[in-house]
Design a protein around this ligand. Structure first.
Ligand code: NAD
Length: 251
């Protein structure tokens, strides 16, 4: 049997680190040819076609997508994964920070998708997977701006799925819980007591640990694969049960 993504080309934004890097590796192992778009292409795994791109800027995105098409001659799968964090309650961030975060986490998806759309329309197996978050559906403390951005990603995913179904383009998202990535590592390092902070984050997830980026990559692989041909407009939680379960304390 040939690998699930044999012959297909996948673009992964933010693919030089964390979840994006795990996704790039996993899709590559299933036969996809991978292009990473990242602010830091030099951090991508050796041998990967990595293009410098800032998803906050239209020119940068358009040039990068052109580079990918020139290199591979097609684009079938788009993983809109690049994103940034924001901390604080509703009063803590000035308008400029709201604009900066929404520009990357939300408009960035619009920008990259817009550029890739003509290529996706020509693919026999087009799929888009966006990275939302548990923050889209659960009220987390001190994450007002970040949650607003990821809630928008969830809503955008459904709207995109509706618009592009008739063109043969499926659109889904993954909604990870707190995952063990360099980003979360940086957050822990900045805490007063990193070990206590890590223990609190682990305890918040019903399975008692952080999510492994490889587990998110498996979910992305499924949603991106032609085998998921009847799945569109969904959010696949990869959160150890945090969104769906209400457990009783174990005695
Ligand atoms: P990370 O910081 O480890 O990796 C993010 C990558 O995106 C980096 O390589 C970075 O250079 C790139 N990037 C950032 N801004 C960019 C821009 N403007 N243009 C191009 N590239 C840019 O982060 P991660 O933890 O792997 O998170 C990836 C995605 O997953 C984000 O959208 C994040 O919101 C989401 N997410 C993360 C977690 C978590 O716990 N780590 C949980 C839920 C959702």
């Amino acid at each position: 049997m040939s690998p699930a993504l044999d012959g297909l080309v996948a673009v992964v934004t933010g693919g030089a680190s964390g979840i994006g890097a795990a996704v790039a590796e996993r899709l590559g192992a299933e036969g996809a040819r991978i292009a990473v778009l990242d602010l830091r292409p030099e951090d991508a795994a050796p041998g990967i076609f990595a293009v410098a791109a800032n998803i906050a800027q239209e020119d940068s995105v358009n040039t990068a997508i052109e580079d990918v098409f020139e290199h591979f001659g097609r684009i079938d799968i788009l993983i809109n994964n690049a994103g940034i964090g924001a901390q604080g309650d509703i009063a803590d961030n000035p308008d400029e920070e709201w604009a900066r975060v929404l520009n990357i986490n939300v408009t960035g998806i619009a920008r990259v998708t817009r550029a890739a759309l003509p290529h996706l329309r020509r693919s026999p197996a087009a799929a888009i997977v966006n990275t939302s978050s548990i923050a889209a559906t659960a009220g987390l403390p001190q994450r007002a701006l970040y949650s607003a951005s990821k809630g928008a990603v969830l809503a955008l995913t459904r709207a995109m799925a509706a618009d592009h179904l008739h063109e043969g383009i499926r659109v889904n998202c993954v909604s990870p819980g707190t995952a063990d990535t360099p980003w979360v590592g940086r957050l822990l390092d900045s805490a007063d007591d990193p070990a206590a902070e890590r223990a609190a984050l682990e305890a918040r997830q019903p399975h008692g640990r952080l999510v492994n980026p490889g587990e998110i990559a498996e979910a992305v692989l499924y949603l991106a694969s032609p085998g998921a041909g009847s799945t569109t407009g969904v959010s696949l939680a990869v959160d150890g049960g945090m969104d769906a379960l209400r457990l009783r304390p174990r005695s």
